[in-house]
Every structure is written in structure tokens, then in C-alpha cells.
Design a protein around this ligand. Structure first.
Ligand code: FEO
Length: 171
């Protein structure tokens, strides 16, 4: 069993992870429209990872005898004026998700819910990687995408990203 407030926060996190998947799918669609299929690939894989994150929260709730409560996933509703804008938005969004996970961790810490803290440890580390990846994308864009040839090369690099299932497995 889990504390009521922790269960609520974990359920809300499912929604945030699914929204993240939606947001990144929208970015993948934007880049597809622009003909940048490498950037599209990168964000499509990001979408798959976010879905995985949502499913991990779902499984954790179920494994602890609590009910999963799904709520409406908002439309991303973003307009991008240039190729860099989604990259900046992605970093801001990951910082928001980090903050959200930190808040659940803090709530678990306050009531000595060590099991939830241990579960969240994986996400704490993952968020460090998510923020770094998003920041790296901005830096690479600024360094290399200043001319069409550089953008083409960067797009090809983004094309090489492959999906990997999360290292955290919950049965
Ligand atoms: Fe599920 Fe990108 O954090």
C-alpha cells in the first residue's frame, strides 16, 4: 500500500509522462513537416521513452496495490518559429519534469516512504541524462547548424539514434 498523497502524485506523474510523449510526438511531426527526418527520428524515440516512463509509474502503482487513475492528456499546442525552438522547449520541459519528480521524492522522504524513494532513484538519474541530452542538442545546433551543410550533417547524426528499452524493469 502507498500513502494517499504519494499515490495521487504518482498518478499525476503518469499524466505528465504521457503529455511529454505527446509534446515530443508533436515536435517529431514538426520536423517531419520541415523535411528534417533525423530530428524527427530523435523526437520520435523520445516519445517512446516517455511512454515507457508512464508505464513504469503505472506498474509501480499497481505493484503496490493501488489503483491507476488516468486523466485527460492536454494537446501540446505549440507553434515553432524556427528549427531551434523545439530544442529549447524540450530542455524547459525536462526541467519541469525534474522538478515534478523531485517533489514526489520530497513527499516520500517526509513520510519515510523509502520504497518510493528507491523507485524514484532511477528517475532522478534519468532526468540528469534527459536534461543533458536536451542541452547537448541546443549546443550542437548552435555550433553546427548555422549553414545548410551543417544542418544536413546534424540531421544525419540525429537519424542515428536508436530506441533502447529502459534499464529499469518492473514485473
Ligand atoms: Fe520522462 Fe523526459 O522525462
Amino acid at each position: 500500500m502507498l500513502n494517499k498523497e504519494i499515490t495521487k502524485l504518482l498518478n499525476e506523474q503518469i499524466n505528465k509522462e504521457l503529455f511529454s510523449a505527446y509534446l515530443y510526438l508533436d515536435m517529431a511531426n514538426y520536423y517531419a513537416d520541415q523535411g528534417l527526418n533525423g530530428f524527427e527520428n530523435w523526437f520520435y524515440i523520445q516519445t517512446q521513452e516517455e511512454r515507457d516512463h508512464a508505464m513504469l509509474f503505472r506498474q509501480y502503482i499497481l505493484n503496490n496495490g493501488e489503483s491507476v487513475v488516468l486523466s485527460e492528456v492536454a494537446a501540446p499546442n505549440e507553434k515553432y518559429n524556427d528549427y531551434k525552438a523545439p530544442l529549447v522547449k524540450a530542455l524547459e520541459h525536462e526541467q519541469f519534469v525534474t522538478d515534478s519528480i523531485n517533489k514526489i521524492y520530497e513527499a516520500a522522504y517526509k513520510i519515510s516512504d523509502f520504497r518510493t524513494m528507491q523507485f524514484l532513484d532511477w528517475f532522478i538519474k534519468e532526468q540528469g541524462e534527459e536534461e543533458k541530452n536536451a542541452d547537448d542538442n541546443i549546443k550542437k545546433y548552435d555550433l553546427f547548424a548555422g549553414d545548410p551543410k551543417g544542418l544536413y550533417m546534424l540531421d544525419n547524426e540525429m537519424k542515428a539514434r536508436v530506441y533502447a528499452a529502459p534499464s529499469l524493469v518492473l514485473d
